[in-house]
Design a binder for this molecule. Sequence first.
Ligand code: GLA
Length: 386
Amino acid sequence: MTAPLTASQLAARFTEAFGTEPDGVWMAPGRVNLIGEHTDYNEGFVLPFAIDKTARIAIRTRPDSALRLLSTYGDQGMTMADTNALDKSTARGWTKYPLGVIWALQQRGITVPGMDLLLDSDVPLGAGLSSSHAIECAVISALNELTGAGLEAEEMVLATQRAENDFVGAPTGIMDQSASLRGAKDHAVFLDCRDQTVKLVPFEAHPAGLVMLVIDTKVSHSHADGGYASRRASCELGADVLGVKALRDVGVEDLQEASGLLDEETFRRVRHVVTENDRVLQTVELLASEGPRAIGPLLDASHVSMRDDFEISCRELDLAVETSRSNGAIGARMTGGGFGGAAIALTPLEAEQQVRAAVVKAFADAGYTAPDIFTVTPAEGAMRLA
Ligand code: GLA
């Protein structure tokens, strides 16, 4: 991926492409989930943070209903569409995300004008860092302002979820867009997915002598594929059989009784969600009382639960996690929806080079595609840049 364009560079590229200046430039970040996986659609707890990798868009609204969508991604040319005739069955590639947001706003009764749009992004695609939500959140932030819709962050979260669920066709929850819209520098976003209450939790690795490594396994995944939906269905079945509104309402102390009521596989899916919610709460407490060095075992336990109970890991993710841990990381786990994407490894500064080298070697020895390894820090959520 080439270096991200600054707001003024993007505006200049927009002017070159469309022959007129943009109304403005907006950005929204990708996210890493520190802990709390597949808990969001169970009305539970998550603890993601916005990262210092962003989607940026320049937009100019038009007097007609034409949509001209262009990205700096190289191979794809300009996509033409019409705000009065959005068609999810023909939307392709990254354009599904802006088109989905426009559609979702229309479903709320908001009139969206035509527009010219230029996208640039350095959120790696398909790495489990929410490149799609970064685009959606940049677009909705821009359109919220340009249409005067005046939506609150919570409403923008629901609108982008609608875009994902009903336009893109991925049955995802609200974690990613909440992190992208509501993130803050040096903080993780502790979100209660039942009522969208957010508490910003200080999370700074560097002052604690740590670095957060992201290991992109290059195994691509899509939440519009069956794995994500089937996990979600298991959770809904579990809640149904246990007679609760959502798995959020099941506590660790209820698990023994639940094991007698559920089939073996559904029980393991439920156990992941229930214990993961508990791990999120413990992580928040430990960050406040002892700081980031204390949370390693919770990250490890989260990975084991996803690998064995929820079964959403893959060999590459497991290798990244195991190799990081055996070379000095104090905690590691896959992050995001699973079936590929990235792992995170909370690593002491002095072990960073060793972890990087060991993971690269382990992947080469196993015959896997070389991973991409980089650091992330909690960064600002979506905003207007120019
Ligand atoms: C994807 C979805 C989120 C969440 C995670 C798993 O990132 O978009 O809503 O469910 O998977 O925690």
